[in-house]
Every structure is written in structure tokens, then in C-alpha cells.
Design a protein around this ligand. Structure first.
Ligand code: PLP
Length: 355
């Protein structure tokens, strides 16, 4: 179905120290490439040594940002198997983002097989230390050397791999979040639901200002009334209020997170009430005053579950669960990472072995 040409490196790199991986600083020996042209469609899938790419300065992605990306991980189990977590979901979402950015879609099977083939070739790069993983970054860029504003006729689909450290080297830890009331991230009809670079460059300013005030990330409110909660940085957000779990609905302004979807499925399996509904920051504030806000947490591939210990909304400080990680956050974290690292039975069939 997909005949990937393989050129192995003649100069394997020295692997970095697993105790100091950080995030996204080291890259493996190989990368995957595939080209698109209007005449040939997606063609020439190949795995080649990781190296510098050269392009004309006029290519469209540099000027108008026609690009999409994904992020997922490969995990090493105790018995040295390599697992991927729901990779087909990421490749479906890549296509959803591509549609919005007028980029041609890629067959999900072709894309998942490309990931499996690449991870398999660089499987020695999947770190073994507790909590570490191999981050997988697939992305597509527009490559026509042309300065007119229109969809490109040519593209490159590229996958690179980066061994990354444990998100919580000292155990799951709550974060302080700044509720953003000046800048907005997305509006309905825009590109908020797409993983496209412009969303991230547009968020840098808010992120920087929140950091200066001592907060890790920002919580975005809706772009029109700045009333309803959207999501946090690169995480979806959940609140536990009076035994109900609430998360904002997918209405085109937030990323449809795969961790979000998995959390919802787990909670339903556990018989816990989950509501995908609009929730205002005022409701969170009022519920907290009445002692009904039990937990809040973010969900995303990087941290899996990130408990929120404090929200700052116009200098009103909302302390959650005494600033500690909640029981449900911990249970979700243990369950999801347990499945990802093959420590718990995978009842949902979420993992795929790379071999
Ligand atoms: C990637 C991302 C998420 C989380 O998605 P996962 O599939 O769970 O990793 C949430 N919000 C934004 C803005 C993102 O870019």
C-alpha cells in the first residue's frame, strides 16, 4: 500500500542523557518525508537521515503560514515494547486541520504507517527512564515559491522525532493559571480548532505577560464576550463541581484534544457524570465561593493531566483544592499513563505496538 523508500544514516548520533532530555531539544537519526503536487497527489514517501532541509525564501509557508502539525508520543514498556496511543486520532485531526487550511488530506492509514515505520527505525531512541517518551511531530508545509495569497499547489509532509523528559520528575504537580481578559485566542468561524502555527504565535504575548506575573499558562475566554471558558495554552480544561465534571463543548474555537476525548470516555466508563457544556468564569468563581469547586485540571499529550491549583481572574484568586492535586486528577493521570506505558490492561484498545 505504501512503499516507503528507506535510506539509513551512516553516522548515528550519540544519544542524549535520559536524565536531562527536557522537551523538543534533541532529534533522532531519521525523518520521514512525502511530497504533494497537484499532478501526482501525495507521493515519494521516504525515510532519510535527519538533516537540514533547504527551500527558496519565497515558499508560501514562510509568508502566510499555510501549515498544520500534530503531537503524539511513543512509550517504552517495562518489557521493551514500543506503544503508540491512538495515533489514528491524531492523523484524523491532522486532516481536520488541513481541511481548514486548504491543505490536501492524507490517508489516515498511510500517515499512521509512516509514523510506525519511522519510530521503528529509531526505536532505540525511545527512552526507558520512568516518565520519558519519544515525542512525534508530524507537520505539513506549503512549498510553492510564490508570493500571491492563495493555497499552495505543492506541500511537504514531514515527521520528526524527539526524545523528551518526564513532565513531572517529582510527581504530578498543580499549576497556577492566569485567566486572560485582554487578549483572545479564537472566535467561531476562525481557526481555533485547527493545530496550525498561527494560533501559537498569536498566543505568545499573553503567555509572556502571564509568566511575568508568576503564572505558568493562560486560561482563554471566548473571543466575543470574554465570559465563557475555552482552554488553557495547549490543554483542554475540566472542572469538577458538585460531583459533575464539566468541560467546554467543541464549537470550533478549541482544539478537540485526544486526551480530552479519552478522559471523557474513562469518566463515562467509571459512571461519573460528564457534561460538555458552556461554563463561564463567573460560574467557576461563584461555585468556588460556595465551596462547590472540587477540582480543575488541564488535559493534553505533554502533561496528560495537569491539576490547576490557582486561577487568577482580574486579581480574584481562585484557590482550588487548597492548591493541591485532586483525587480524580490523580486517578485519571495514573490510568492514562498506565495504559500508555503498558502497565494497565488496555480495555479500550487505545494502544498500538510498533514492530
Ligand atoms: C494539542 C492541543 C491540545 C491537546 O490535545 P491532545 O490531543 O490532548 O494533545 C489542546 N489545546 C491546544 C490548543 C492544543 O494545541
Amino acid at each position: 500500500m505504501l512503499n516507503i523508500l528507506i535510506e539509513k544514516t551512516k553516522n548515528p548520533k550519540k544519544k542524549p542523557d535520559e536524565n536531562n532530555l527536557g522537551f523538543g531539544q534533541y532529534f533522532t537519526d531519521h525523518m520521514f518525508l512525502m511530497d504533494y503536487s497537484t499532478e501526482k497527489g501525495w507521493h515519494n514517501p521516504r525515510i532519510v537521515p535527519y538533516s537540514i532541509l533547504s527551500f527558496e525564501p519565497s515558499i508560501m509557508v514562510f509568508h502566510y503560514g499555510q501549515a498544520v502539525f500534530e503531537g503524539l508520543k511513543a512509550y517504552r514498556t517495562k518489557d521493551n515494547r514500543i506503544l503508540l496511543f491512538r495515533p489514528e486520532k491524531n492523523m484524523e485531526r491532522l486532516n481536520l486541520s488541513s481541511q481548514r487550511l486548504c491543505i490536501p488530506e492524507i490517508d489516515v492509514n498511510v500517515a499512521v504507517n509512516a509514523i510506525k515505520a519511522l519510530v521503528n527505525i529509531d526505536r532505540d531512541w525511545v527512552p526507558a527512564k520512568e516518565g520519558t517518551s519519544l515525542y512525534i511531530r508530524p507537520f505539513i508545509i506549503a512549498t510553492d515559491p510564490y508570493l500571491g495569497v492563495k493555497p499552495s499547489d505543492t506541500y511537504k509532509f514531514i515527521i520528526i522525532l524527539s526524545p523528551v523528559g518526564a513532565y513531572y520528575p517529582e510527581g504530578i504537580n498543580p499549576v497556577k493559571i492566569y485567566v486572560e481578559t485582554k487578549y483572545v485566542r479564537a472566535v467561531r468561524g476562525g481557526v481555533g480548532y485547527a493545530k496550525t502555527p498561527g494560533n501559537y504565535s498569536a498566543s505568545l504575548m499573553a503567555q509572556l505577560e502571564a509568566k511575568k506575573k508568576g503564572y505558568t499558562q493562560v486560561l482563554w475566554l471566548d473571543g466575543i464576550e470574554k465570559k465563557y471558558i475555552e482552554e488553557v495554552g495547549t490543554m483542554n480544561v475540566f472542572f469538577k463541581i458538585n460531583n459533575e465534571i464539566i468541560t467546554p463543548p467543541l464549537e470550533g474555537t478549541i482544539l478537540p484534544g485526544i486526551t480530552r476525548e479519552s478522559v471523557i470516555e474513562l469518566l463515562k466508563r467509571w459512571g461519573i457524570k460528564v457534561s460538555e457544556r458552556r461554563i463561564s468564569i463567573e460560574e467557576v468563581y461563584e461555585c468556588n465561593k460556595r465551596g462547590l469547586l472540587e477540582e480543575a485540571f488541564g488535559t493534553g499529550t505533554a502533561a496528560v493531566i495537569s491539576p490547576i491549583g490557582e486561577l487568577n481572574w482580574n486579581e480574584n484568586k481562585i484557590k482550588i483544592n487548597g492548591g493541591n492535586s485532586g483525587e480524580l486528577s490523580k486517578k485519571l493521570y495514573e490510568t492514562l499513563t498506565g495504559i500508555q506505558y503498558g502497565k494497565l490492561p488496555d480495555e479500550f484498545g487505545w494502544t498500538i505496538e510498533v514492530k
